[in-house]
Design a protein. Structure first.
Length: 267
């Protein structure tokens, strides 16, 4: 186990930096809080730069494993720990890790070699709720997608809130983010992916199309969906049939329904 240093000042530069990363002002670093996510970080093999733990933290096995992997490990009083935590009832462990460097290249590699359950890339356009974004990422991992693309104008997929909602999927699913709609559609065409969009006005049911064909599955924001021009640029539009009088489903639920139909067909 690496040496553990005790921090006693709120103004310590390590804590100042941790707060910046927590608030989304870090540069290529992510804020990971809680025992479950710490275990997922170890399991996923991401690079842990710093580990902060509360003096009362009682999971010695987990602490030893984290201190062995982290470049630096720091012990904090309860008051100092709470000053950097992002949750109301912190569990006593926080990690600062390098942002996973998956992106476009990793997605292309998985499509090329078949290193995924589904020949499918999920594209999320202007999803502003980080909890929704994280939940969809978690579902996408469970379905086995090749990767997820997140457009410019979306919430930060690596924010502390999105990471908590993703429950570890953020560390493993290849994510290509901060890219425009038009750029993704051009990329999909070059990669021979059938651009497929969920649309309330579509005629084809999601279960009636062939999901063994490599596809880019597109969802717009819950507030605005996709524009008329954006819908006109896709190859196929699909709908989830619903009971009369129901206008829409939660975005994460819609994504889950369609992704697991795709998984069913491929399996």
């Amino acid at each position: 186990m690496n040496e553990i240093e005790k921090i006693t000042s709120r103004d310590n530069q390590r804590l100042v930096n941790a707060r910046k990363i927590r608030d989304g002002r870090g540069d290529g670093q992510i804020f990971v809080e809680g025992k479950r996510l710490a275990v997922e970080a170890l399991r996923s093999g991401i690079e842990i730069e710093e580990c902060f733990f509360k003096s009362e933290f009682d999971d010695e096995d987990l602490l030893y494993s984290l201190a062995d992997r982290a470049k630096n490990t720091f012990e904090l009083s309860a008051k100092l720990f709470d000053s950097i935590a992002d949750t109301k009832n912190p569990q006593g462990i926080i990690l600062i890790a390098k942002c996973p460097s998956n992106g476009r290249e990793k997605i292309e590699e998985r499509l090329r070699v078949g290193d995924s359950t589904l020949p499918l890339v999920l594209f999320l356009k202007e999803i502003n709720n980080p909890a929704n974004l994280g939940a969809i990422l978690r579902t996408a991992e469970a379905a086995g997608v090749a990767g997820v693309v997140v457009s410019t104008g979306s919430a930060d997929v690596y924010s502390a809130k999105a990471i908590r909602a993703a429950m570890g999927a953020s560390f493993r699913v290849p994510v290509w983010d901060d890219v425009t709609y038009d750029a993704v559609l051009r990329w999909a065409k070059a990669a021979n992916l059938t651009a497929t969009a969920a649309d309330i006005g579509a005629k084809a049911a999601y279960s009636a199309i062939d999901w063994t064909v490599p596809r880019l599955l597109i969802f717009g924001s819950e507030a605005h969906g996709l524009s008329v021009e954006e819908l006109a640029s896709v190859d196929q539009k699909i709908i989830i049939p619903m009971a009369d009088g129901v206008e829409s489903l939660n975005l994460a639920v819609s994504a889950g329904i369609i992704l697991f139909e795709a998984r069913r067909q491929v399996s």
